[in-house]
Unconditional design. Sequence first.
Length: 433
Amino acid sequence: MEEYTISKSDRFVGKEIVLKGWMYNKRSSGKIAFLQLRDGSGFIQGVVEKSGVSEETWNAAEELTIESSVEVKGIVKAEPRSPSGFELQVIELKVINIAPEFPIGKKEHGPEFLFENRDLYLRSKTPWAVLRIRDQVFRSITNFFHEQGFVRFDTPVLQPTSAEDTSQLFEIDYYESKMYLTQSGQLYLEAGIMGLGKAYDFGPVFRAEKSKTRNHLSEFWMMDAEMAYHDQQKNEDVQEALVKRILKDALENCKEELKILERDTSVIERAVNEKFIRIKHYDAKKLLEEKGFKVDYNDDMTTEEEIEIGNHFGIPVFIEDYPFAIKAFYMKKYTDERNIDRAINADLIAPEEAREIIGGSQREDSYDKLLTELKARNYNVEDYQWYLNIRKYGSVEHSGFGIGLERTVRWISGVHHIRETIPFPRTTVLTKP
Ligand code: 4AD
Ligand code: MG
């Protein structure tokens, strides 16, 4: 017979099962004990009646401490009043390991304490729910790309040059020379799609971000996608379909997790069903100005501006065509009617203060224009010769984007700080364990 886990309780109602797990809390009256049990797949209450079990089992119930491991023999019962819908009538307890006093108890702990003890904090309900949503998002992304005919193309973590903002590079000693931890696999993917058509990568990337916001990690997971013969509008179509798919899967498959997190999902539901907004950077700034913001038309969107745009529309917004001067060298550029150089790009801003979850653009496909730009920005042209060559042999219009896994999980789960969305976060202050 199939092995029991709490998540499969619906298929075991009325049956005798063995649960292999931990006790995360308990209540006892001296005659009846209520054990809060978990096994990794979920949570369930076990009821032990002194009159109905052996003395050994009753004593075990009394002896169990928080986070002790235990094997529980019992009968699964439907229990509409419990959050999981089920309960266990305990027949027998086998103690595996008695835990000494668990540092994370019932009382409220500050985030500092919880993250110093992240290895233990991982056993709590919030991390359980958030990290399972993360797992779902990861699978939605890879499934989506597989179905859409993309090839997974793993890009190097050790890179000899910068792929984004040069001020955010982690440099490492590499034999007799220097290398950098990747900021994005994009440049390599651009080479990849000239062989494979459509490709994506998915892995950890690194940014020496001094900004201590609730949206920044030094190490995070990014999925870069790149597509030949795609202009920026087609690029945004793919992003919109991907995000809708991620949200739909999470709503369908993470119901219990979202309930534990007390997440109101109405905005997410709206994003699944309605078309995302596409607005030019200039028009977004103008809208903000009309709302009383003191905007700088030539600069990036500020934190407050991104939050306001998200609140205003209540649905994800592509902000398009940023001033070229504040964007990366590889973006395709044009000069607008106000004589401002613009990138053909978009950042996707999510509502509910989630802010930017995707950055993407059409890439410069002219060898000469890209060379001119590299020189203008004082990049070492020799280092980028291979990248220039993508434009030399059969250059085509192409575009792509990068989605931040943790930013996306933060939005869906609704947790305040991005550090909750990755098992062991790395920030300017979080480096252990
Ligand atoms: O906007 P970014 O910097 O874009 C790129 O790196 C492009 N090369 C991607 C591409 O076109 N292939 O980063 C992409 C996404 C952001 O939208 C955000 O979701 C996430 O990565 N991100 C971060 N997430 C957590 N902590 C940080 N410090 C992040 N910086 C960027
Ligand atoms: Mg960005």
